[in-house]
Write a protein that binds this ligand. Structure first.
Ligand SMILES: [Zn+2]
Length: 700
C-alpha cells in the first residue's frame, strides 16, 4: 500500500490521507541507509538550550542576514556527521531521543519472563534486526516464495492476485492502494486507488532535463542492474531488464500527476462506484483484488487520478510479460525494508538512495537503523513505554496552556483582518474553535496483540508488521472514524495538522529542548514551540487547509470575494519564495511550498501576538534587555531562527527542493522575518534593508 507522499519508507503504511497531512519538518528519522557502522561513542547527546548563544554569529548584521546572525556558528560546532545528509537542531534532538529509545530496547530485548507482551515484541523485533549474522546466513531464502510467485505468472490475468498481495506488503507496483477519510464526508472511511509504481523519489525525476537529472537516471539504471544481479540474474540480462524497467517507469511517470498539483485536494478526489474503476482499468479484476486484500464488497471508492488508471491499463496491455516480471522483481526487492536484506543488497540500496541521491557518505550505525525500524513497525508499543518514562506531566500542562494561548491569539487576529469580510471571519472562527488539540501521546495505545514477532526472522517480522498495519488501515473502511488516532509515534521529533480530522498533533518527542526548554524565558518558549504550534494551527487555513471546514469536510465556506483575495495575498508569498535560490540553478518552488510557507508566516505572527498578550498579563517590558543581553522580542526572533539552525549537503538540498513541500532551513528563517516589520523594529533595522523590505507579504 502507500498512497500519498512518503519520503522515507518505514514499515507502517502511508494511507492516501497522508497526502493531505502536513508535518512540521520533512523527515528527521533517517531509517534507510546502512553499511559499515559509523563510529559511535555511546555517550548521551546533550540538548542545547532554547536560545543558544554559541550558535550565533554576532559579527553578522541581523538586518542584512538574520540566518547568519542566529545560526552562523552552528555548522562549526556541529558539522554534518558522515552518517547524515543534513544536520540541525532537529537532528541533535533526534540523536538524543534515539539513545533513549536504544536503552529502552536493550532492556526489552533481554529475554526475561517478566516482559509484557509489547516488551517481547519490541525487544525481539530490535534484537532480530541487530542480528546481521542470522540475516546473512538466511540470505534471500525467505524471499524465494515471493520470487517463485513472480516466475509462475502465466498471463496478465494472474496479476490481480499478485498485486493485491504486493499492496499488503508495501510493494506499490503499478499503483497505490489504501484507505482515507472521504474528503467530502469526513465521517466516512473509503478505499482509495492512487497513481504509483515508481522507484525514483518523484515523477519529475524521470522527466526533468539537464545534466544533474540525466546523471541520476543513469545511476538509477545502474542501481537496478546491480540489485537484479544480486538476486541472481546474469549481468547481461540484468542490464537489459534495467533498461526496460526504466522505460516502463518513465511511461508511468508521464501519466502521473505532479506533486504541486497533488497538493490541491480537488485534483485527487474522484469518488466513483467500484464498477467505474473496472471500466477505467479492466486489466485488474477489481472485486477479486479488493477481496484478496481482505475488504470484500467495496461499492464506491476514491480514484485519485482516473487518467493514470486508464493509462496504466493501456501500458500493462502493451508491455510483454517478461518485462512485467522483471519490473515486479525490482519493485519487490526495492519495496522490502533494506535493514532485513543481506549486506550486499543493503549496501547497494544505501549506495543509491543514501550516497548518490542524498550525498550521505556513510550508512548510519546498525543500532540507529534498528531503533528507527522498530519505531516504524511498533511505534505505539515503543512509544507507550517511552512516553510513560520520559514525558513529564509538567511539559504536557505547559504545552496545553501554550496551545490555548495561541488559539486565542488566532481568534483575536482573525477579527483584525481588514481584507476578510465579517461573514468569512465568523466561519473561520467556527473552524478554529473545532480544532482538536493532541499533545504528547494518544489516550489509547494501539493493540498489537494480533501481531506476532519471532526472534530470528528478520524478513518475516518486517513483512508481518507491514501487513498488520495495512490490514489495520483497510479494516477502517466502512467503520466510524476514530478521532483519537495519531499519525505519528510518541517519540517522533515532528508535529502535524490533518485537515480531515481538523486536529493539531504534537508528539512527546518534539516537546523537549531546544524546541520546548522548560528553563527558557517565556519569549524563547513562544519563539520555539509557540511558533511550531502556530504553524500547525495555520495549516488549517493555508491554501490546502482552508478548503476543509471544521468537521474536516472539503466544503467552501468562503465568500467568492474573500476567496479571490486569499489567492492574491498568497500569490505574494509564492513570488517571494520563487525568488530564493537553494543551490546552483535550483530555485525554490513557491507553489509547492506555499502551504508550509503560509504556516511558517502565520504561525510566527500568532506566537508573537500570544507573547505580547502574555507579557501584558505578567507586566513584562518586551523592549527591555534582561540578563541575556537581549530584549524579550529579540529573544523571540532568535529562538525562532534557531529552530532552523543546521546545514545540508548539496545532493540532499537538491532532493529536498524537488520533492519536499518544506522550504530549506535558511528560507524558513529569513522568508518569514522579512514579512514581519515587527522583526525589523526589534533589531533597529531600516525599511529597505534586506531583512526589512518595503513589500512584505501577509496572509494571516
Ligand atoms: Zn507544516
Amino acid at each position: 500500500m502507500g498512497v500519498g507522499v512518503s519520503i522515507r519508507r518505514f514499515a507502517g503504511a502511508v494511507s492516501v490521507l497522508a497526502s493531505m497531512v502536513v508535518g512540521y519538518v520533512a523527515c528527521v528519522p533517517v531509517a534507510q541507509a546502512q553499511g559499515k557502522a559509523a563510529v559511535d561513542t555511546e555517550k548521551s547527546v546533550p540538548l542545547p538550550p532554547g536560545l543558544d548563544k554559541r550558535f550565533m554569529d554576532t559579527t553578522a548584521d541581523p538586518c542584512v542576514d538574520f540566518a547568519q546572525y542566529a545560526c552562523g556558528n552552528f555548522a562549526k560546532l556541529y558539522p554534518i556527521p558522515s552518517d547524515k545528509s543534513s544536520y540541525g537542531n532537529f537532528h541533535i534532538l533526534y540523536d538524543h531521543t534515539q539513545k533513549v529509545l536504544h536503552a529502552l530496547l536493550e532492556k526489552a530485548e533481554a529475554d526475561s519472563p517478566s516482559r509484557t507482551p509489547n516488551e517481547q515484541k519490541i525487544g525481539d523485533y530490535y534484537a532480530t534486526c541487530m542480528n546481521t549474522e542470522a540475516i546473512q546466513a538466511k540470505g534471500l531464502k525467505p524471499l524465494q516464495p515471493e520470487l517463485n510467485r513472480i516466475a509462475a505468472l502465466q498471463s496478465k490475468t494472474d496479476l490481480t492476485a499478485l498485486l493485491a498481495h504486493y499492496q499488503l506488503i508495501n510493494v506499490n507496483a503499478f499503483f497505490g492502494y489504501g484507505e482515507q477519510q472521504d474528503f467530502k464526508d469526513a465521517r466516512k472511511q473509503i478505499a482509495a486507488v492512487d497513481q504509483g509504481g515508481l522507484g525514483l523519489p518523484e515523477r519529475d525525476y524521470y522527466l526533468r532535463t539537464g545534466e544533474a537529472a540525466e546523471k541520476t537516471r543513469a545511476q538509477y539504471v545502474e542501481h537496478i542492474t546491480k540489485m537484479l544481479t544480486l538476486i541472481g540474474e546474469p549481468a547481461a540480462a540484468a542490464a537489459s531488464d534495467a533498461k526496460k524497467i526504466m522505460d516502463l517507469e518513465t511511461a508511468l511517470a508521464k501519466i502521473s500527476m505532479d506533486i504541486t498539483s497533488r497538493r490541491d485536494p480537488k485534483n485527487i478526489y474522484h469518488p466513483m462506484p467500484a464498477a467505474e474503476l473496472a471500466t477505467l482499468a479492466p486489466v485488474i479484476a477489481w472485486p477479486a483484488f479488493f477481496e484478496a486484500t481482505g475488504v470484500a464488497g467495496i461499492s464506491e471508492l476514491n480514484v485519485t487520478n482516473p487518467d493514470f488508471l486508464k493509462g496504466m491499463n493501456a501500458l500493462i496491455g502493451s508491455t510483454d510479460l517478461d518485462t512485467i516480471k522483471a519490473y515486479l522483481r525490482w519493485q519487490l526487492i526495492n519495496g522490502i525494508a533494506s535493514t532485513v536484506l543481506p549486506t550486499a543488497l543493503d549496501d547497494e540500496n544505501f549506495n543509491f538512495n543514501g550516497r548518490e541521491l542524498s550525498g550521505q557518505p556513510e550508512q548510519e550505525a546498525r543500532w540507529k537503523r534498528c531503533v528507527a525500524s522498530t519505531d516504524g513497525a511498533l511505534g505505539e508499543a515503543l512509544g507507550e513505554v517511552y512516553a510513560k518514562e520520559y514525558f513529564p506531566a509538567k511539559s504536557k500542562q505547559e504545552t496545553v496552556q501554550m496551545v490555548h494561548d495561541i488559539e486565542n491569539s488566532m481568534d483575536r487576529e482573525i477579527g483584525t483582518l481588514t481584507w476578510m469580510s465579517p461573514e468569512t471571519q465568523a466561519k473561520a472562527r467556527e473552524k478554529l474553535h473545532m480544532v482538536a488539540d493532541k499533545i504528547g501521546y494518544p489516550d489509547h495505545f494501539r493493540d498489537y496483540s494480533k501481531l506476532t514477532v519471532v526472534r530470528g526472522d528478520a524478513i518475516g517480522n518486517s513483512i508481518h508488521a507491514v501487513e498488520f498495519e495495512n490490514h489495520r488501515q483497510l479494516a477502517k473502511i466502512g467503520k466510524p472514524v476514530d478521532r483519537g488516532e495519531w499519525g505519528m509515534s510518541p517519540p517522533t521529533i515532528n508535529a502535524y495538522y490533518n485537515p480531515s480530522m481538523n486536529d493539531i498533533n504534537f508528539p512527546a518527542g518534539i516537546l523537549q529542548s531546544p524546541f520546548f526548554d522548560p528553563n527558557a524565558s517565556d519569549a524563547v518558549k513562544y519563539g520555539h514551540i509557540g511558533a511550531v504550534v502556530g504553524h500547525e494551527l495555520t495549516h488549517g487555513f493555508d491554501d490546502q487547509g482552508r478548503q476543509f471546514d471544521g468537521n474536516g469536510n472539503l466544503a467552501d465556506w468562503w465568500t467568492a470575494d474573500d476567496g479571490k483575495k486569499f489567492d492574491a495575498m498568497t500569490d505574494c508569498e509564492v513570488k517571494e519564495y520563487n525568488g530564493f535560490t537553494a543551490i546552483d540553478d535550483v530555485k525554490l518552488n513557491g507553489k509547492l511550498t506555499l502551504g508550509e510557507n503560509t504556516a511558517d508566516n502565520g504561525g510566527l505572527r500568532l506566537a508573537y501576538m500570544a507573547l505580547l498578550e502574555d507579557a501584558q498579563r505578567k507586566k513584562t517590558d518586551v523592549n527591555a534587555k534582561d540578563a541575556s543581553g537581549f530584549t524579550p522580542l529579540q529573544q523571540f526572533f532568535i529562538a525562532d531562527g534557531q529552530n532552523w539552525c543546521g546545514s545540508t549537503r548539496p545532493e540532499q538540498l537538491r532532493l529536498q527542493v524537488q520533492t519536499d513541500p518544506h522550504s530549506p532551513d535558511k528560507f524558513r528563517i529569513i522568508g518569514v522575518i522579512q514579512n514581519m516589520p515587527e522583526f525589523g523594529k526589534a533589531f533597529g533595522c531600516k525599511v529597505g534593508q534586506p531583512m526589512m523590505p518595503a513589500n512584505a507579504c501577509r496572509v494571516w
